[in-house]
Design a protein around this ligand. Structure first.
Ligand code: GUN
Length: 302
């Protein structure tokens, strides 16, 4: 069997089109557009490229967008003051502080300072709590897990009653996606197991999975014999395993590998996400969706 490829690059286009239509409608009816600010402290090259891509997408969708880049030695109190400024700015509906932050800054204190109603990353404890409760409590789902759920649903994979195994227990992917898929409701209602570095029989659990979500950060961790024939395999891993020269640009680029042995797994799985071009492109898309949702919440409030 050859698995159906679930491509984030294609699903992204569908969702961005839906967002652009909504933006136009709200602009026509209310004269408002979603506003997103990214705050980057320092010059980490990967972070610069992430925030630039986020702001570019926001701009293309007709959002108000601010790329607020700050020096590496920005004091924690000054960063808090900056967040406070955007918390009070009615034209800004989403505030994203790019991680990691420099060592002298207390990350927890910074993330907790963002107004939970503008926390489009979904990292604030209030939004983590809302996600746990589920249903109408939920405001912002964290972007990568939200993207994973969209991919599963849009690929036509049934989650109702499905055995889901999540490999990895991070706050950004493993824990939230597990909680989202076990909730009551469409695109969920699954039976979820979370496995991690201390799990005794990793292979045994994976073999039971109708939907296998792998976010471990270990290249080729999941072997083809761990995959149930026909299963949906979502590979969240983005592991840099070397460098090569890009055919397109002639520049040096990273060679990326997922957490699943893709070439072998695609012969067994029913659905599989590639790396790159799978889950990755969904994260920015869901950030845009959250920022639009935030504007909608603010219109309902006023
Ligand atoms: N750094 C890497 N990924 C992310 C993300 O999704 N959000 C933020 N704020 N920082 C990141």
């Amino acid at each position: 069997m050859t698995a159906k490829l679930v491509k984030g690059t294609e699903i992204r286009e569908e969702i961005l089109k839906e967002i652009a239509e909504d933006v136009k409608k709200i602009k026509d009816e209310h004269g408002k557009v979603p506003g997103l600010v990214t705050i980057l402290v320092g010059e980490n090259p990967a972070s610069i490229s992430y925030v630039t891509a986020k702001i570019k997408t926001a701009k293309e969708l007709g959002f108000k967008e601010i790329q607020d880049n700050q020096p590496d030695d920005l004091a924690e109190e000054d960063l808090l003051a900056l967040i406070d400024k955007y918390n009070g700015d009615d034209t800004i509906h989403g505030i994203l502080v790019q991680l990691p932050l420099p060592k002298h800054v207390n990350e927890k204190r910074i993330l907790n300072a963002i107004d939970p109603d503008k926390d489009v990353d979904g990292f604030h404890p209030v939004n983590v709590g809302r996600l746990m409760i589920g249903g109408s409590e939920v405001k912002f789902l964290p972007c990568t897990p939200a993207g994973i759920q969209e991919m599963i649903v849009r690929a036509g994979v049934q989650t109702e009653g499905a055995e889901v195994v999540v490999v990895g227990r991070s706050n950004i992917v493993g824990k939230p996606i597990a909680n989202m898929l076990l909730q009551k409701g469409p695109g969920a209602n699954a039976t979820v197991t979370v496995v991690h570095t201390r799990t005794k029989d990793l292979a045994g659990h994976c073999k039971r999975a109708d939907i296998l979500v792998v976010a471990a950060g270990v290249p080729d961790l999941v072997k083809p014999e761990w995959i149930k024939p026909g299963a949906c395999v979502i590979d969240v891993g983005v592991n840099r395993v070397g460098e090569k020269i890009s055919e397109k640009t002639g520049k040096k680029i990273a060679i990326l590998k997922g957490d699943v042995d893709f070439d072998a797994a695609k012969e067994i799985a029913g659905y599989i996400t590639p790396v790159p071009g799978g889950v990755g492109p969904m994260t920015i898309t869901m950030l845009m969706k959250n920022t639009l949702a935030s504007l909608k919440f603010s219109l309902e409030k006023n």
